[in-house]
Ligand binder design. Structure first.
Ligand code: SF4
Length: 257
């Protein structure tokens, strides 16, 4: 199936198809540009701060060191300022409000971050794999070595999970990353723990027993979705999802409904 995909599938492509095949077609086949939303900038900024912290050295004095000098007492607020992206906000007031929220969210997460920091092996690790002939790629937010032979795969979410289906998709995402890692020499045969961390709620959703089943199911999902994409099956029905869709004006399904 490799030849069918000029670009490898990613979690966001799979999730887009799952959400609405027509949207997948408009975005990835017809390549219509996606508008910039403030929540993309918010998520990117929060991820950038975490990436920076993950690549620091946490020393015995409890401070983070990017190189010779400690990052703190340079505050988290300074780090957020450096990483902040202003695109997509509707007003300076909204931007300021969301920046304050980001700071609150990051501050609340810091104790958990510090307590698990030593287990970190990689941050923002690019993974590539071939799942039964379907090329796949992704960026894993964080990979931890929990103990000999046990690896935790972490994906950070900065938004609020909207409903149960979203939670299942998030679990599928980490399962795909673990499946991709399982193809590499370094991680092959490891026991994987799948974790999605919801920063806004400061809550984790973790799967330990059962992770293998989830990884197997994730491959079935990829194979099924890839087959539909390859056959050009972009059939869909409109509905409530259309009212928050960026592609309404270009969508024949919406215009015909
Ligand atoms: S408007 Fe509705 S049917 Fe069209 S792409 Fe968006 S979600 Fe899909």
């Amino acid at each position: 199936m490799d030849d069918t995909f000029a670009e490898p599938l990613s979690y966001s492509r799979l999730a887009t198809y799952h959400d609405c095949p027509k949207r997948f077609e408009l975005r990835y086949v017809q390549k219509l540009e996606e508008p910039q939303h403030w929540y993309f900038s918010y998520g990117k900024s929060v991820h950038a701060v975490l990436e920076k912290l993950l690549t620091c050295d946490l020393r015995q004095d409890g401070l983070f060191y990017p190189d010779g000098d400690a990052l703190f007492p340079v505050s988290l607020a300074d780090l957020l300022d450096e990483s902040w992206s202003s695109s997509g906000f509707s007003s300076p007031m909204q931007e300021e409000r969301e920046k304050r929220r980001a700071l609150r969210v990051l501050s609340a997460y810091m104790p958990v971050f510090r307590s698990t920091w030593q287990q970190t092996m990689y941050a923002e690790r690019v993974v590539t794999a071939s799942f039964r002939g379907v090329p796949f790629t992704g960026i894993v937010d964080r990979i931890d070595r929990v103990s000999d032979g046990t690896v935790r795969v972490v994906d950070y979410k900065s938004g609020r999970p909207r409903h149960a289906a979203t939670l299942s998709l998030h679990r599928l995402q980490v399962a795909l990353y673990a499946s991709a890692l399982n193809q590499s020499l370094e991680f092959q045969g490891s026991h994987f723990i799948l974790q999605t961390y919801y920063l806004r709620e400061n809550l984790k959703a973790e799967l330990d027993d059962g992770a293998e089943d989830c990884m197997t199911q994730s491959l079935v999902f990829v194979e099924r979705t890839a087959r539909k994409i390859a056959s050009g099956d972009f059939r869909t029905r409109g509905g409530r999802k259309c009212f928050s869709c960026d592609y309404r004006s270009a969508c024949t399904v919406f215009r015909g409904s």
